[in-house]
Design a protein around this ligand. Structure first.
Ligand code: FAD
Length: 477
């Protein structure tokens, strides 16, 4: 057994789930060390500075909106578990978003009645099926850890016969949370459906920094030891049990419990087990006696543009537009650097309050990691320009009056940026398609939390951290 400092629990990664798990364990007097390889916390949903500007990396919107008095909603439950007062979030709602296909646009907000009335207006024959689907979703226990994997389109097709409506319903759910291409597990579908259509979008005053600051404050209050710029380079094992970690600074830290939000393949890659490398990532072989989780194929570019005016000055009052130019919606790794024919357009100024000093436009497009990786430095910069121009082209469909002189700043993230700052192989944002719903890995004492436990998004990943900490750190005593 190597010598080293001892903890009740070690958390790998200061993603939202890792931070929530650390707080939960330390609240019950566990000695917790959180190791983060980056210089700041937040993982996929962090922020960065360009000059005087601090830009959110991820946040388009918080899903799972709830008002203060809705006690049984995921958001209010998680705040209660972390002892964070609701008012400290300073949360406000979206105005209205759309799913925009070539010849139909569905409007929706945080009241499902608007979605229902849009279905009645655009797809009158589907009303009954849509209502039955809502019943099915409302009565389904999507968080049961033993739910079998069933593809969602097979289930939803039993209720929705019109292909276009089916694809319009799936579009936001896929691009806001599916590790699978063109479909998703039904439990994941229900999680996403409830969080986006039944609960809806909100935003915290100050964006993602508000959430990160609240989590950092709670970690300090409950005594979590958080160490930045010190990643885990190796998970130490004795037989089938983990005993601790070695860090990139060469320290050995011991613990019988490790929770990791680094991702499933990435976490196994820190052990001495054979794991899928990102170069050979597409087989879920069981030859080793355990499933090798695949590296996800879905990655994205994110374009940020700031304006010297608000989007409303240019006639745009929507919060999020799910844009699709094809007859069908293709949610898959594109054969080119990006898929310019569909995008998510987010207008953070257009919530019920606007606390920004300038106009902000964000455009997300599906991207191919391998093609970005193959570019040389010069081409990489040129292709970022191409992405920016495509983003502007799509924005002008909805804001024809947008001019170059309105733009004060722009920046483009690629799958390589995601990989560099989060450690996620393949720059994949929604993790592996092979989730570990109970968080278990081949090792006793090593569990996953966050995206690859099957709960993603800011709220979903925090819930995952809490539930994995409760299950393996508090209840397993
Ligand atoms: C561009 C973009 C937009 C998004 N928009 C939204 C949105 O609008 N709303 C929403 O709800 N969600 C959004 N998401 C998704 C959301 O950010 C993620 O689902 C969520 O943050 C995942 O959290 P996680 O806990 O699983 O861990 P991650 O965020 O994946 O964090 C993992 C952490 O582990 C660290 N790490 C990795 N390896 C090691 C190691 N060996 N040692 C130590 N540390 C390590 C990483 O540095 C990272 O900090 C967006 C994501 C992106 C990329």
């Amino acid at each position: 057994m190597p010598k080293g400092q001892e903890y009740d629990a070690i958390i790998i990664g200061a993603g939202m789930s890792g931070m929530a798990a650390a707080i939960r364990l330390a609240m019950y007097d566990k000695k917790v060390c959180l190791l983060e390889k980056h210089i700041i916390s937040g993982g996929l949903n962090s922020y960065y500075a360009r000059g005087k500007r601090k830009m959110d990396v991820g946040l388009h919107a918080l899903t799972n909106f709830a008002t203060k008095n809705e006690r049984r909603k995921p958001l209010t439950k998680l705040l209660k578990q972390l002892r964070i007062p609701y008012d400290e979030l300073e949360l406000y709602e979206q105005t209205e978003s759309t799913i925009s296909f070539p010849d139909k646009t569905i409007r929706f907000n945080n009241d499902i009645d608007l979605f229902k009335s849009e279905v009645a207006r655009l797809f009158p024959k589907e009303v009954e099926g849509f209502h039955q689907l809502l019943d099915k979703i409302e009565n389904f226990n999507e968080v049961a850890l033993d739910n079998e994997t069933v593809m969602a389109k097979d289930v939803v097709k039993q209720y929705i016969k019109n292909e276009e409506l089916l694809e319009m319903i799936f579009c936001p759910l896929l691009i806001y949370g599916s590790a699978w291409e063109n479909d998703m597990d039904f439990s994941q579908f229900v999680i996403m459906f409830k969080s986006i259509y039944l609960e809806g979008f909100g935003r915290t005053r100050g964006g993602v920094r508000k959430i990160i600051d609240l989590l950092l404050k709670r970690m300090e209050e409950v005594g979590v030891e958080i160490i930045f710029r010190n990643g885990v380079s190796e998970i130490l094992t004795e037989g089938e049990r983990i005993i601790g970690v070695r860090t990139t600074r060469g320290q050995t830290l011991k613990s019988p419990l490790i929770l990791s939000c680094a991702g499933y393949p990435e976490t196994l890659g820190l052990t001495d087990l054979p794991s899928n490398s990102q170069e050979h990532n597409q087989d879920q072989s069981k030859d080793q006696g355990y499933p090798l989780p695949r590296v996800g194929r879905m990655s994205f570019t994110e374009t940020m543009i700031t304006l010297n005016k608000s989007p409303r000055d240019l006639g745009l009052d929507k919060t999020i537009i799910f844009h699709n130019e094809r007859d069908h919606y293709c949610y898959q790794r594109p054969g080119e650097l990006i898929d310019p024919k569909s995008a998510v357009l987010c207008f953070p100024n257009n919530f019920s309050e606007d606390d920004y000093q300038e106009g902000i436009l964000r455009v997300t497009m599906m991207a191919n990691y391998d093609l970005w990786k193959a570019l040389d430095k010069e081409d990489y910069s040129l292709q970022k320009e191409y992405v920016l121009n495509e983003a502007k082209r799509v924005l002008k469909i909805y804001m024809p009056e947008l001019k170059e002189s309105d733009i004060t700043f722009s920046d483009v993230f690629t799958p390589l940026t995601v990989e560099k700052f989060t450690g996620h192989w393949g720059g994949c944002v929604y993790g592996s398609p092979d989730k570990s719903r109970d968080g278990k890995t081949p090792f006793e004492g090593l569990y996953l939390c966050g995206t690859d436990q099957g709960f993603l998004g800011i709220i979903g990943s925090m819930l995952s951290g809490i539930s994995m900490a409760n299950l393996y750190g508090l209840m397993a005593q």
